[in-house]
Design a protein around this ligand. Structure first.
Ligand SMILES: Nc1ncnc2c1ncn2[C@@H]1O[C@H](COP(=O)(O)OP(=O)(O)OP(=O)(O)O)[C@@H](O)[C@H]1O
Ligand SMILES: [Mg+2]
Length: 160
């Protein structure tokens, strides 16, 4: 996560919410509340090391949209999982193992449509490929209590 502050500013994002030392229960509630803001057409980037809760956050978001939590799994190997809810389509992507070229082959640049919501784990790796993410969620293990997490939610600064 070195230089992530600089990357975040370059993406035109500003800090909107900041939580320190949240329990798993609060973490899930924050994710569900966040989901309720999304109307469609958004891209959400997730920054955070292994096991910080990126997939857990996405699973709770999907639950808020009525998607069965059990189907929301880490797309580490298959790269992209697709979920549907009502008229919305969700692309849950893990870019840990892929390059920018592979991202293009995947159709990533066509994913941003009015009824789609794109959720990207390990987005540190592709942040330079994304023009205008709507949100960025930075997750880390709290340094005093490993059972809790620190969460910073950034949003597009210029238009909101
Ligand atoms: N306070 C907490 N908030 C969120 N997750 C927590 C908390 N305490 C423990 N956990 C656990 O941390 C784990 C986070 O795993 P998860 O797969 O969501 O991380 P990830 O960031 O997606 O990892 P990866 O980089 O491997 O994709 C889960 O097992 C979750 O239950
Ligand atoms: Mg994950």
């Amino acid at each position: 996560m070195e230089n992530s502050g600089e990357k975040i500013r370059e993406l035109g994002l500003i800090q909107a919410e900041d939580y320190t030392g949240v329990s798993i229960e609060t973490f899930i509630k924050i994710a569900k509340d966040f989901a309720n803001k999304l109307k469609g057409g958004q891209m959400v980037l997730f920054f955070g090391d292994l096991g910080t809760g990126k997939t857990t956050f996405v699973r709770a978001m999907m639950e808020a949209f009525g998607v069965e939590p059990a189907v929301v799994r880490s797309p580490t190997f298959n790269i992209v999982n697709t979920y549907e809810s009502g008229d919305k389509v969700f692309y849950h992507i893990d870019v840990y193992r892929i390059t920018a070229d592979e991202l293009f082959d995947l159709g990533f640049y066509d994913y941003q449509r009015s009824n789609s919501i794109v959720l990207v784990e390990w987005a540190e790796k592709i942040a330079h490929e994304v023009d205008q993410p709507d949100y960025l969620i930075s997750l880390s293990v709290n340094d005093k209590n490993m059972d809790t997490r620190d969460i910073i939610i950034y949003k597009r600064g210029r238009f909101d």
